[in-house]
Design a protein around this ligand. Structure first.
Ligand code: HNI
Length: 147
């Protein structure tokens, strides 16, 4: 289990309170699809996402980005049980969706970049370090049901 100091807990909560899920979710998922175009293969039911313009204008991508970011909120509220919080979600991504777990890290990086673009200097290196520790715990938990 990941250990958190009080300072880390308050930093993660403070960052999360400032994150606008409806903006960061869609923007982060769009980045994943544009920067790593092979991830398109998982979203066959989303319609046209063949070009960057199509990704930017696709409302299913935007809606799904919000779903993913909202799921991050469960981890913020369950810092001491991130693994069990994501056990079912990990299993779904492994068995049904068959998402290559390497992609979790790519998404986490895109979330950090999106947050950094919005926070600018407020995301100082120490806050970034804590935020990335948090996202690493999320990525580990999402990988937990893969054998
Ligand atoms: Ni992910 C569905 C959360 C990473 C592809 N994903 C979900 C759902 C949640 C979710 C919540 C909805 C589940 C349900 O309906 O029961 N996804 C997360 C989280 C992460 C993540 C928390 C990582 C931090 N998912 C990824 C990545 C990919 C991905 C990296 C592919 C590149 N996810 C999907 C696909 C679906 C999905 C595909 C189904 C979408 C649909 O609506 O058909």
């Amino acid at each position: 289990m990941v250990k958190w100091t009080d300072k880390e807990r308050s930093t993660i909560k403070a960052v999360w309170e400032k994150v606008n899920v409806d903006e960061v979710g869609p923007e982060a998922l769009r980045r994943v699809l544009i920067v790593y175009p092979w991830t398109e293969r998982y979203f066959g039911t989303f319609g046209d996402i063949a070009t960057a313009t199509a990704v930017m204008n696709n409302c299913k991508v935007a809606a799904h980005g919000k779903v993913v970011l909202n799921a991050l909120g469960h981890a913020v509220r369950n810092l001491d049980n991130i693994k069990s919080t994501y056990a079912a979600l990990s299993q779904l991504h492994c068995e049904k969706l068959q998402v290559d777990p390497d992609n979790f890290r790519l998404l986490a990086d895109c979330i950090t970049i999106t947050v950094a673009c919005k926070f600018r200097s407020a995301l100082d290196p120490q806050i970034q370090a804590t935020w990335q520790k948090f996202l690493s715990a999320v990525v580990d938990a999402m990988c937990s049901q893969y054998n």
